[in-house]
Write a protein that binds this ligand. Sequence first.
Ligand code: ZN
Length: 291
Amino acid sequence: MTRVAGVGARACVRARARARGGGEARRGTNSRMFAAASSGRANDAVFVAHGAVETSRALADACGGAVKLIERAEALARTNASASLEAARALAEHAEVASGGDANISTRAREIELEHGRRVILDAYYAETARAARRQRNRSAAKPKKRARDRACRKPKARQGWTRPEMRERNARTCVGCEKIEAKDAMFRIVRCSVTLDNGKQTTTVKYGADADGACGRSAYVCKTRCCVARATKNKSINRALRCSVDKDAYDALAKAAAVIEDDAGVDTSGLTFVRPEGTAARWSAPGVWL
Ligand SMILES: [Zn+2]
């Protein structure tokens, strides 16, 4: 920022002062200017400029001429460091003044000045971007590295090995007995329907078996096995799933239907016990197992 501010006339004065030998000389110039202004001299600028021209000429003489001086400035500018460019710019200025307005030297000095200006702008830009990057880094460092919520969201949901499109296509439902996800048509369906009575009152009935086909309402599903129906009966899982009371008749009918199906297949699952796999907290990750 200081460099940007220094592009103007003040920087020229400072550079010349540096060439003359530091702060002493600068203070000298200022006091001379002040003296000139206070004594009412007509053109103090000319007085100061006269001193600057002398310095420039002395510098040029020391280097062996204004051309040599500008060559030196160009060599310095070619090193391409910010500090060298600033020095090169000051030298070029002196060369220009010492040459007395030579067109060639003026053009070369102008080139160096332009290069210096470009560098000043670039430096300011890089400093600003670095500051922004630092600010950004500090801000992200303050943020906790892992947010539990994010991890939970990104993890694919456990669906007992089913993919989402598969579940939609095959109408996957969960058994209230063993919590296994299965296609809808492979299970018994129990439906809670609302019925309007003759006196205009509404009541709920539970439909199952053939009655349930095409019936609308909240549904529960059970595997077509004795064990699942028995566990659902014991736990009153259908009551819970339908959020209403379910008659014993419904459970008995389901048990009977399951027995018929199992007898046809020649299996009997009534003696099996329900085991939840080790380490599966959620029913989504794995169903219970009948052993
Ligand atoms: Zn089941």
